[in-house]
Design a protein around this ligand. Structure first.
Ligand code: BEZ
Length: 206
């Protein structure tokens, strides 16, 4: 399998952590096609995905899968013994909703970065920036206040949450998300010791 990749992307990292937890990392060739500038996607990604977005996974039979949620579900399906995505019932919907919360948090953190690091200063929209910051804080509160039970298991949901917290540290090192959320901070400290997290740490790879 071939993965269009940039180690700075939290969406890519959700896939690379899931691949490691599934025991499938050695079957995936990572190809750097994720340019930093969102206005000029790499031709290599566009040839496999009309969206031109990373991650895109090309499976062994040539099928292109995107986005990260679909790829993570595909990898979880290939390793049913790991229970990275509960098969049915309440546990499945709670896990998928936790994953969606992590995805939404990553979307917001990445969009905020584009706005504050890439958009010319005179074009920035301060109310929009404030709204993204408020969304990030609400989402972090939701993880800390409502999701600790699901975070106990290693699933596509808890991976998504951990990767977002890693992205906050990577791109927003001055934002102290830990002090108001000590239980979440303790959980993350433990989760980030997993080999899957250490091997994909953007602070080391980028
Ligand atoms: C980043 O450098 O923060 C980044 C790169 C690719 C996708 C998303 C974020």
């Amino acid at each position: 399998m071939k993965l269009h990749h940039n180690p700075a992307s939290p969406f890519v990292r959700m896939v690379t952590v899931t691949a490691r937890e599934a025991g499938l990392a050695d079957r995936i060739e990572e190809i750097f096609t994720g340019v930093f500038l969102p206005v000029s996607p790499h031709e290599g990604v566009i040839s496999d995905s009309p969206l031109g977005k990373i991650p895109t996974l090309v499976t062994d039979d040539g099928t292109a899968l995107y986005d990260s949620r679909v790829i993570c579900e595909y990898l979880a399906d290939m390793a049913p013994d790991k229970n990275l995505l509960p098969a049915s019932g309440d546990a499945r919907w709670r896990c998928l909703t936790l994953q969606a919360l992590g995805q939404g948090l990553a979307d917001t953190a990445v969009n905020l970065r584009y706005e504050t690091a890439l958009r010319p200063e005179e074009l920035r929209w301060s109310e929009w920036i404030d709204a993204q910051r408020a969304r990030i804080n609400r989402s972090l509160d939701a993880l800390a206040n409502d999701r600790m039970a699901e975070l106990a298991d290693v699933t596509v949901g808890s991976i998504s949450a951990a990767v977002c917290l890693g992205y906050m540290d990577f791109r927003y090192p001055d934002d102290d998300w830990r002090t108001p959320r000590p239980v979440l901070a303790e959980w993350y400290a433990g989760f980030s010791e997993r080999p899957s997290m250490k091997e994909t740490d953007p602070a080391v790879l980028v």
